[in-house]
Design a protein around this ligand. Structure first.
Ligand SMILES: [Zn+2]
Ligand SMILES: [Zn+2]
Length: 370
């Protein structure tokens, strides 16, 4: 009991109870004004994206650099999200990445869905170790927000509630929907990243941690549902790397970059991503060989290793040639073009061999492989 953080517990349980009573009473009497509902939805998105693009990708992972004006806007909406100061949030999040799925992970899913989703918040957390967030302590805006977080939260929440109450001349609807239902929806969507995005989905990039990719989760978490990719390449400013992946945080950062309000966007190159995909797939295939084709285990494993080494080596070779091409003077580039072409050709044939091996193995046609 002495480890319970009563302020957080009473706040969260309190507003859930309040909504449980206030919402039915509200709907028995009338419907909320449409303007209030649309404003609430817009604010849920604004605050969610501020957490994603601000607290998460900008501050926790330094995936890009933002203009101070952008920082102020992101911090305003992230404060409104009621998830603690940026320093506290980033400290917990960096521990989550560094010690994922262990006791040192503040919201480890190994302790169950409810712990990762909500109950970890009810317990006192360690004091912030300044070494972990030393870079953030150099940012005066963040230090100010951390020091006066309570006051910032009250000012932001009451002013937004009052603004929309005045705008639609309905302070009660604004109080229930703009303040508390918005907080409820936002909290549960962010918390889903710690719970659902570590339980329900696929693990294409790595099986060394519990994080999963799930398109449906990305829809309710402002693009944070590609969590397996994120835990594997956490400094990438994107979570969904394909153009069609729903990732408003990525789109916002990209747009800010185009208008000069964000720079130094960090992006993992495709060859490194492909190397990771192939290496992780190899682990799966080794397991499959052990389980399904034990009598051919040695020969299949050695062929698999041979193909994997060749493919990974060629991916690295093409990447280093491209890096060299970018680094040298223009007149020296012509010589490298031929080398890059032949390295890509050789990579293509290794890729074909790899795919063929995987296809035959997955269809159980091992007689063609041994
Ligand atoms: Zn995670
Ligand atoms: Zn992260």
């Amino acid at each position: 009991m002495k480890n319970i953080d009563w302020t957080r517990l009473l706040y969260i349980v309190g507003y859930h109870i309040f909504l449980g009573v206030a919402l039915p009473l509200f709907f028995i009497e009338r419907l909320p004004p449409a303007g209030i509902v649309w404003s609430m939805i817009a604010l849920v998105f604004a605050t969610g994206i501020a957490i994603t693009s601000g607290y998460h990708r900008l501050y926790s992972h330094q995936a890009y650099k933002a203009h101070p004006i952008v920082e102020v806007v992101l911090l305003f909406f992230a404060t409104l999200a009621t998830q603690g100061s940026a320093l506290r949030w980033c400290y917990d999040h960096r521990l989550h990445h560094a010690f994922v799925d262990t006791d040192k992970d503040p919201y480890s899913v190994t302790k169950g869905f409810w712990h990762a989703h909500i109950t970890w918040i009810f317990f006192k957390t360690d004091e912030i170790d300044p070494k972990v967030v030393a870079d953030l302590y150099r940012n005066k805006l963040l230090v100010f927000q951390h020091k006066y977080y309570g006051a910032c939260l009250v000012v932001a929440s009451t002013s937004v509630f009052a603004l929309f109450g005045w705008l639609f001349q309905d302070y009660w609807a604004s109080f229930v929907f703009i303040w508390w239902l918005r907080t409820f929806l936002l909290h549960h969507s962010t918390w889903s990243i710690n719970s659902l995005a570590h339980m329900w989905g696929t693990q294409a990039y790595s099986r060394e941690h519990s994080a999963v990719d799930n398109y449906l989760i990305s829809l309710i978490t402002y693009g944070e549902g590609y969590h397996n990719y994120h835990h594997t390449f956490s400094n990438d400013y994107r979570n969904g790397i394909r153009w069609y992946h729903f990732d408003p945080g990525k789109w916002l950062i990209w747009c800010l970059n185009k208008v000069g309000l964000a720079k130094d966007l960090r992006q993992v190159n495709d060859f490194r991503i492909l190397r990771q995909l192939v290496s992780d797939h190899k682990v799966l295939l080794v397991d499959k060989i052990k389980v399904s084709f034990y009598s051919h285990k040695d020969r299949l494993e050695s062929r698999l290793t041979e193909l994997n080494d060749s493919l990974v080596g060629k991916l690295s070779q093409v990447q280093s040639l491209i890096d060299r091409y970018k680094a040298v003077e223009k007149r020296e580039r012509a010589k490298l073009i031929g080398e890059i072409r032949s390295a890509k050709k050789s990579l293509k044939s290794s890729w074909k061999e790899w795919k063929n091996f995987v296809k035959l193995l997955e269809r159980g046609r091992v007689e063609k492989l041994v």
